[in-house]
Ligand binder design. Structure first.
Ligand SMILES: NC(=O)C1=CN([C@@H]2O[C@H](COP(=O)(O)OP(=O)(O)OC[C@H]3O[C@@H](n4cnc5c(N)ncnc54)[C@H](OP(=O)(O)O)[C@@H]3O)[C@@H](O)[C@H]2O)C=CC1
Ligand SMILES: N[C@@H](CCC(=O)N[C@@H](CSC=O)C(=O)NCC(=O)O)C(=O)O
Ligand SMILES: [Zn+2]
Ligand SMILES: [Zn+2]
Length: 378
């Protein structure tokens, strides 16, 4: 019997309170309203940003909530007026929407879309309500995606169809980490034949390293406090590795890099979310032209600082969300690149868990050996 138009009861991992483990239990998922899509989520990655919000460090964190934003699934039903996806389509939910109509989308200057961002940040659908209920209470959405539920509802502008032949247990990772890293490098002009430093060698940092190698960076210095990341960084294309904790006492990483890199790097990337590291990444840039990109997400209350002289003397500080990628336009092509063997995805999957084991997946992330854990939502 068809579930279309009916509320579905399924399992989801609910974060009832900040700092507590997720609770896998029944959730009621209402049918999609006009302009919405209900998706049967088959797989989801766990990103460091899920942990950031679960832990209570996200100033936008709302509880109770269903986290998750790196998913892959199949469209179960569509609301009135939805035209860009159909029942049965294989899709990836997008935490950075693309409406193609708003001021941001039409600007040609950014991938940030204004259509649903305000309600998304409050954990609500664009109508200002939630489609999730558990224990008789409304449960908040997260990043417009909530992929830690077997069924989720997203806005049509927040979902993209991908090739049905692509394995969802792999391409779900294109919903965040790998795509962010790919975009952060490919949309930054000038990396070919330039020097690059990457701070933090998790999924994001390794993706930046790998893409920098693919676009022809001349030298790629990976920096991580975890010695186990050296071999990972090399495998993904780093030419050098520096562990800041192994430098002589009193030597700052930025001073070391400026010294060994003939005045500093052409491009640096923060992939840690630590504001001291963000400063070091900026100050490792070459005077006159170095560009530092912040990708990491910092905890509530944290602020970046440096001497303004660093900028006066020609360094640029910038940041990127979802790598500047317009998901509905660009993700199908990235999936094709993966299918053609031109984009690494499988190599990032170090752990696999079931939905019942999702808290172990979060623990995996803290163990220092996990690049990405993929959760089988069945
Ligand atoms: N802007 C955007 O669109 C996106 C941002 N993010 C953010 O990017 C960041 C990275 O994500 P992810 O790769 O999943 O995270 P990981 O935690 O997997 O990777 C971060 C790495 O940095 C290392 N590290 C920690 N402290 C330092 C330090 N002081 N110096 C150098 N390395 C350090 C960690 O070591 P250890 O293993 O010991 O902890 C780890 O290897 C997060 O803040 C995440 O929220 C993610 C996706 C998209
Ligand atoms: N909610 C946080 C900011 C979180 C954040 O910066 N998110 C990134 C994506 S991180 C993915 O894993 C992002 O895309 N930001 C742009 C956006 O519009 O949210 C806070 O309030 O500080
Ligand atoms: Zn993410
Ligand atoms: Zn828009």
């Amino acid at each position: 019997m068809s579930s279309q138009g009916k509320t579905i009861t399924c399992k989801a991992a609910i974060a009832w309170e900040a700092g507590q483990p997720l609770s896998v239990e029944d959730v009621e998922v209402e049918p999609p309203q006009a302009g919405e899509v209900r998706i049967h989520i088959l797989y989801t990655g766990i990103c460091h940003t899920d942990e950031y919000t679960r832990s209570g460090k996200d100033p936008e964190g709302v509880f109770p909530v269903i986290l998750g934003h790196e998913g892959g699934g199949i469209v179960e039903s569509i609301g009135e007026g939805v035209t860009s996806v159909q029942v049965g389509d294989h899709v990836i939910p997008l935490y950075t929407a693309e409406c193609r109509e708003c001021k941001f989308c039409r600007s040609g200057k950014t991938n940030l879309c204004g259509k649903v961002r305000e309600t998304q940040g409050k954990g609500l659908m664009p109508s200002g309500t939630s489609r999730f209920r558990a224990r008789g209470k409304p449960i908040a959405h997260f990043m417009g995606t909530s992929t830690f539920s077997q069924y989720t509802v997203v806005a049509e502008v927040s979902v993209v169809r991908v090739a049905p032949a692509a394995p969802l247990e792999k391409v779900c990772l294109l919903g965040c980490g790998i795509t962010t890293a790919w975009g952060a490098v490919t949309k930054q002009p000038g990396i070919k034949d330039s020097t690059v430093a990457v701070f933090g060698c998790g999924c994001i940092g390794l993706g930046v390293i790998n893409t920098a190698r693919d676009v022809g960076a001349s030298r790629i210095v990976a920096i991580d406090t975890n010695p186990a990341k050296e071999s990972w960084a090399q495998k993904f294309g780093a030419t050098d590795f520096v562990n800041p904790t192994k430098l002589p006492e009193g030597t700052r990483i930025q001073d070391h890099l400026v010294k060994i890199m003939d005045g500093g790097l052409d491009f640096t990337f923060d992939c840690t979310g630590n504001v001291q590291v963000m400063r070091a990444a900026l100050e490792s840039c070459h005077k006159g032209w170095g560009v530092s990109t912040i990708i990491g997400v910092a905890a509530a209350g944290q602020e970046i600082s440096t001497r303004p002289f660093q900028l006066v003397t020609g360094r640029t500080w910038r940041g990127t969300a979802f790598g500047g990628v317009k998901g509905r336009t660009e993700l199908p092509g990235l999936v094709e690149e993966y299918m053609a063997g031109k984009l690494k995805v499988d190599e990032y999957v170090t752990h696999k868990r079931t939905l019942a084991q999702i808290n172990d997946g979060f623990n995996d992330m803290h163990g220092g050996e996990c690049i990405r854990c993929v959760v089988d939502m069945a």
